[in-house]
Ligand binder design. Structure first.
Ligand code: NAD
Length: 339
């Protein structure tokens, strides 16, 4: 069994999910962890029995096959470009980049390289979302007429003060849209298809003393197939509620709530599928990182993409976010660039 040599850059909140997955995979071997905070890098190296590095550029000389980028958003594109140019495969945490323009730099670099890039939209791999996608593709519920996606979470002063990069456009790239609700935007367009136009609004309603980015956003998504999407996201609720997505089709509807799927057809029969897959990480991160990482490694070895979320897919949400912001500034419906 060929083992790919891996490294993880950024040993903060999310890296353990990656490191644990790599320990389980037969075709991966975690060789290095990297963090500019030496203590974090050292602790991670001790925990996962590998070497540590402080300056990530040193990794470029280490002959690794895959790098996992788990750093703040502003570092995603510059780091990804450097490693892709050096012939290293890249798995980047969401978002693909700080913004659409930087995401495009990655796409351009990839077009000149033989390497692969995956983006961590792991919720696509959740059992309930996979089942919903299969039902929609089978056409058994008819044509999609509408979709709604609601994210009502809680992020307070403590959350924003804990990490120096959150709450600023320069380092986070935005607020609730690019950090929390990006998974829901990704799922909405994955389920329904390409978006033609957007009318949206963004605002900072509660956290305005603390952050410069938006804590609340809403948008109407006009899909190419005629469906209309309603999207609402906020970090200002008093608690973290489960994300809710409802898809209305001609012959029934699907309701995704937490890790459940409720299927309702027009004869009023209902079936609830509880797809809880268990796991040790925060439930709203989902437990599907392992599946995504496993698929990415299989794809690298096979030499082609299967279900992995690639850079083109990762760019779609950055485009949606850009147009929600543009529509908010212009106060009018905006048509996406290819329309
Ligand atoms: N997929 C998900 O559901 C999910 C969940 C949480 C976080 N994330 C994403 O993971 C990424 C990291 O988030 P986090 O919450 O772990 O952040 P964090 O701030 O906890 O960790 C980031 C780490 O990167 C390190 N770092 C910063 N600059 C560096 C550099 N130049 N070289 C090496 N290390 C550097 C920091 O010291 C820190 O330890 C973000 O993109 C975030 O959006 C994704």
């Amino acid at each position: 069994m060929k083992k790919l040599k891996s490294a993880i850059i950024g040993c903060g909140n999310i890296y353990k999910v990656h490191a644990d997955a790599l320990q389980e995979l037969e075709n991966a071997e975690l060789k290095y962890v990297v963090d500019i905070r030496e203590k974090r890098a050292r602790n991670a190296a001790e925990g996962y029995n590998c070497d540590y590095i402080i300056e990530y550029e040193e990794l470029l000389d280490k002959k690794i096959d895959v790098v996992h980028i788990c750093t703040p958003h502003f570092l995603h594109s510059p780091m990804a470009v450097k490693f892709l140019e050096a012939g290293v495969n890249v798995l980047v945490e969401k978002p693909l980049a700080l913004n659409y323009k930087e995401g495009n730099k990655i796409i351009e670099t990839l077009s000149k390289s033989q390497t692969k890039l995956g983006v961590c939209f792991q919720n696509r791999f959740n059992n309930n979302n996979q089942q919903a996608k299969n039902i929609l593709e089978s056409g058994r519920l008819g044509k999609i007429k509408g979709i709604k996606g609601f994210v009502t979470w809680h992020r307070d002063q403590e959350y924003y003060l804990k990490d120096d990069w959150k709450g600023y456009y320069k380092t986070e790239g935005g607020g609730v849209l690019i950090n929390q609700a990006i998974h829901t935007l990704d799922l909405m367009q994955w389920f329904v298809g390409p978006v033609k136009a957007i009318k949206g609004n963004v605002d900072t309603r509660v956290l305005n003393e603390i952050i410069e980015v938006e804590d609340t956003a809403e948008a109407t998504l006009y899909f190419e197939n005629g469906a209309v999407g309603i999207f609402y996201a906020t970090n200002t609720f008093s608690q973290n509620s489960p994300v809710e997505i409802v898809i209305d089709c001609g012959k029934g509807s699907l309701r995704l709530f937490d890790d459940q799927l409720l299927i309702t057809d027009n004869k009023e029969s209902k079936s609830i599928i509880n797809t809880t897959s268990g796991g040790k990480y925060k439930s709203y991160w989902g437990n599907s990182h392992y599946k995504l990482i496993k698929t990415f490694y299989q794809d690298i070895i096979a030499g082609y993409y299967t279900e992995t979320v690639n850079a083109t897919e990762g760019l779609k949400t950055l485009e949606l976010i850009q147009y929600i912001n543009q529509s908010a500034i212009n106060q009018k419906k905006c048509y996406l660039s290819n329309n």
